[in-house]
Design a protein around this ligand. Structure first.
Ligand SMILES: Nc1ncnc2c1ncn2[C@@H]1O[C@H](COP(=O)(O)OP(=O)(O)OP(=O)(O)O)[C@@H](O)[C@H]1O
Ligand SMILES: [Mg+2]
Length: 474
């Protein structure tokens, strides 16, 4: 809209102003003595008027006017600036002349009218020299116009505004129609055939520092991870998943960042957690967490180092990390080996939770191989970025290896404009609104401690706007 309006303004400013001067001509016939003759004369004038209008806009008159005023233009150019309009059933002709100079517009209009009076006299005088049947009088002479008629700023800006709005709406609709990315909870749940267990908002800080320090952090993203953690604890209550694989369809969808913070959120509840970099091709956990990358998963599998030596303690209590190790030539083979399975079960015995970061599902089979050995898989979808068909292929490849899908996680959802909250609460917003505010001041604290029972209210999507209200109140 802005572009169109600016366009209209610049067109208006760049247009050379044109002034319009007008005269009015009256066509009369020699009146007869009787009523019938007068009537006939009147009819005759009216019929004449149409031909006169043509003559006024014709070349002969234009040339005569140019000759008289000594104008430096040709007849055709002048013709284009002259318009003669007639009103039906009258004997009046309005002559309008456009020119860049208001004075010249007036002069041309007046001379043209005078010349026309003379022209009509010539044309209408019979050969025998008797008085002409019809004559033209200049009823109203032109004066100097004060304001230009062209450009019309208001009209131009109006057109710009309307065009801009139409164009903008058109573009928005087209973009929306062509958008095949996942953007709503509905789409995500339908494509993955599983529930949404978390929505991680976009947080620019995460580009600099992937891990969140949960003890000091009270931001939206820390809350989102706490909620995700609580939801995880509710999944499969009879057989709680302890080896959890984090994956997604394509690269850069927030797998590693999310895996780190899920691990941290679980460690916050006094559980022992080990985070494994299962991405043996483009590992990133050691970079994100400032750890040694050369000794890790692959080196333990190859037998070069013992598991104890490869596990790295972090500055976060309760969190141990097994980085990728040196990049092997055959990651898929290594990950599918018996040793890998044995390693995972060893870790499972040692720790309460094993979180495995992995590669994108569509590019390579590594993640699917790891998924087959995990208790559950969390699939990430980056808001407005992950394509629907990519996501459904990724889910397909998980199904084909029989991997248990725990749930889907939206990553990098927009914070403002109701963004991330609407995914969290979309379904149950109305329900909670009716059920009234939740009478809980200590819920937040219980969640932080990982108290499953009382976390119900705050953790599940069903908590609705109540959760938000509480946070504000705090
Ligand atoms: N919640 C977030 N808010 C803002 N930026 C994020 C968030 N999550 C991840 N990012 C950024 O997005 C980029 C990709 O994230 P990340 O490395 O976690 O993705 P990935 O899926 O593990 O990528 P890869 O497939 O390459 O392993 C990084 O620059 C990271 O800092
Ligand atoms: Mg990664």
């Amino acid at each position: 809209m802005l572009v169109a309006v600016l366009g209209a303004v610049s067109v208006t400013l760049l247009t050379t102003p044109l002034y319009q001067a007008t005269t009015r001509l009256f066509v009369s016939t020699t009146s007869g003595s009787s009523l019938a003759e007068t009537y006939q004369g009147n009819r005759f004038s009216q019929e004449r008027v149409a031909s006169y209008a043509e003559l006024i806009m014709g070349q002969t008159l234009a040339q005569r006017t140019i000759d008289k005023l000594g104008l430096g233009i040709n007849a055709i150019e002048l013709q284009e600036r002259v318009t003669a309009t007639t009103k039906p059933d009258t004997v009046l002709i309005d002559v309008a002349v456009l020119d860049e100079s208001p004075i010249q517009a007036r002069d041309i209009a007046n001379s043209l009218s005078d010349e026309f009076v003379a022209l009509v006299r010539e044309l209408e005088t019979p050969e025998d020299g008797s008085s002409p049947d019809s004559r033209v009088v200049v009823e109203q002479r032109a004066s100097i116009p004060e304001n230009p008629v062209i450009p019309k700023p208001l009209r131009n800006i109006g057109i710009g505004l309307v065009l801009g709005i139409l164009l903008g709406v058109g573009l928005a609709v087209t973009r929306d129609l062509l958008d095949n990315t996942v953007k709503t909870r509905d789409q995500l749940e339908t494509i993955t055939s599983t529930g949404l267990v978390g929505s991680i908002p976009l947080d620019k800080e995460r580009r600099k520092q992937a891990s969140i320090s949960f003890d000091s952090e009270t931001s939206g993203i820390a809350e989102a991870f706490r909620k995700l953690r609580t939801n995880l604890q509710f999944l499969a209550v009879d057989n709680p998943p302890r080896v959890i694989l984090v994956t997604s369809s394509m690269p850069s969808e927030g797998k590693s960042t999310t895996a780190i913070n899920i691990a941290l959120a679980l460690a916050e509840t006094d559980k022992s957690v080990v985070l494994i970099d299962g991405d043996l091709r483009r590992p990133s956990l050691h970079r994100y967490m400032d750890l040694v990358g050369t000794v890790g998963f692959s080196t333990v599998l190859s037998g070069a180092v013992s598991l104890e030596d490869a596990l790295q303690k972090t500055r976060f209590p309760g969190l141990t990390v097994l980085t990728s190790g040196a990049i092997p030539p055959n990651p898929s083979e290594l990950l599918g080996s018996q040793s890998a399975r044995k390693l995972l079960s060893e870790l499972r015995a040692k720790f309460d939770y094993v979180i495995v970061d992995s590669t994108p599902l569509l590019a390579i089979t590594d993640a699917a191989i790891l998924a087959a050995g995990a208790d559950g898989v969390l699939i990430m979808a980056r808001y407005g970025h992950t394509k629907r068909e990519h996501l459904s292929h990724a889910v397909g490849s998980l199904h084909s290896v029989g991997a248990p899908l725990l749930g889907a996680v939206f990553t990098m959802t927009p914070m403002r404009g109701g963004g991330s909250y609407s995914y969290n609460y979309g379904y149950y917003g109305g329900y909670t609104a009716n059920s009234g505010p939740q009478p809980s001041g200590d819920t937040e604290a219980s969640v932080a401690k990982g108290d499953g029972a009382s976390a119900t209210a705050a953790g599940l999507p069903a908590s609705g706007p109540g959760g938000r209200r509480r946070r504000k109140a705090e």
